[in-house]
Design a protein around this ligand. Structure first.
Ligand SMILES: [Fe+2]
Length: 372
């Protein structure tokens, strides 16, 4: 039995924040990070909420949210008892909020209570993770990442507003943009793909190919900015239903071990995955065809797609390899057994087109390190 689910109601457009004006609640917990407070982006939310609202701002989320932050958030949830929880920020704030709601549920259940009626609104301020439309959350524990996947963590409302992306630093546009492409690509070749996820993944890939570089060069231009936001959301819906693959499993581990942002680690890894996934060749060929890439045979087209990604990475100033990024080889070698264990335990691994053995993983990881 298969399932395709589109749950969050998606509110989008330049005036989308007006949705908050008519909301029927008056106790709001906002989960965000300090930069959103400093840049006064939180004010854009609070000024729209009903006048008599009680608002509590929890701004302790940091990149790669930890179990500690989730615990603190659960305490806020317990003491403040909001009717509505708003996650404002990049994937980290939305993922932290999901963790807070999930563990908050468990906590309340142990007390014989329920907090499942809390309205959950996700407002992304970057275009990348698609976390506003997924039931996934990545939480860091020590130097490992735990991937949670529960439908009860899906936001009720995904509120997209392109205004937040106008002032994003170029590095963030590059990292989050390449993450969108990875989501589209992994969803499209996933063993769990279906016609619904395929159409959304392919449209996301097309939007990235037509708009990402323009958005990177001119973040203030509305059309590319809005199109990348749509791509992020579409790819999120696709992979929430099809799952991802070893591009993400490897990136999760490398990101946690060497403190690399999620998107950047995915970007570093991507060409090597296209190379190794010969079982997904026919689907990579379809992507290459949509992008108008050359090639006489399926293998040549898959190679053309790999080269396309390498060129895109170069233009986005994303390093070719871990070595180019400055990761120490001795450190990398020492951590290889742990990385291998992480990859095998990651929930994304199971839907990758190719199943790799230990020797193949080590060979792949060495290519990712040396860039060969
Ligand atoms: Fe991702």
């Amino acid at each position: 039995m298969n399932k395709f689910m589109i749950k969050p109601e998606i509110i989008f457009g330049e005036d989308s924040l007006n949705y908050l004006k008519d909301i029927k609640y008056n106790r709001f917990l906002i989960i965000t990070d300090k930069s959103m407070v400093q840049l006064k982006l939180v004010d854009k939310i609070t000024e729209k909420l009903p006048k008599d609202s009680k608002i509590k701002i929890f701004s302790e989320v940091e990149p790669n949210p930890t179990v500690d932050v989730v615990e603190k958030g659960v305490k806020e949830l317990f003491f403040f008892q909001p009717q509505c929880i708003i996650a404002l920020g990049g994937g980290s704030s939305i993922d932290a909020c999901k963790g807070i709601l999930y563990f908050g549920n468990k906590f309340f259940e142990n007390l014989g209570k329920s907090n499942k009626n809390i309205e959950f609104i996700a407002i992304p301020t970057t275009s990348g993770t698609g976390s506003e439309v997924t039931s996934y959350s990545v939480i860091t524990k020590g130097n490992s990442k735990i991937v949670l996947a529960y439908d009860e963590m899906l936001p009720k409302i995904a509120l997209l507003n392109p205004g937040f992306m106008k002032t994003l630093p170029k590095k963030i546009i590059a990292d989050t943009g390449i993450d969108v492409l990875t989501h589209g690509m992994e969803a499209y070749v996933s063993k769990n793909r279906n016609p619904f996820t395929n159409s959304m993944a392919l449209e996301a890939i097309k939007l990235v190919s037509k708009n990402l570089l323009e958005h990177f060069e001119n973040p203030k231009d509305l059309i590319p900015r809005e199109n990348i936001q749509y791509a992020s959301c579409l790819a999120g819906i696709a992979f929430n239903n099809s799952s991802l693959g070893i591009n993400h499993s490897i990136a999760h581990s490398l990101g946690a071990k060497f403190h690399i942002s999620h998107g950047r680690s995915n970007g570093i890894v991507m060409p090597y995955i296209i190379d190794v996934n010969d079982q997904g060749e026919e689907f990579y060929v379809e992507i290459a065809d949509v992008l108008g890439l050359p090639g006489r045979t399926p293998k040549e087209k898959r190679q053309a797609l790999k080269i396309y990604v390498e060129i895109l990475k170069e233009k986005l100033e994303i390093p070719k390899s871990l070595k180019e990024l400055g990761v120490d080889f001795e450190e990398f070698k020492k951590l290889l057994p742990e990385i291998l264990k992480d990859i095998k335990n990651d929930i994304c691994t199971v839907y990758n087109p190719n199943s790799l053995n230990d020797e193949e993983y080590i060979s792949l990881l060495l290519k990712i390190y040396f860039g060969e």
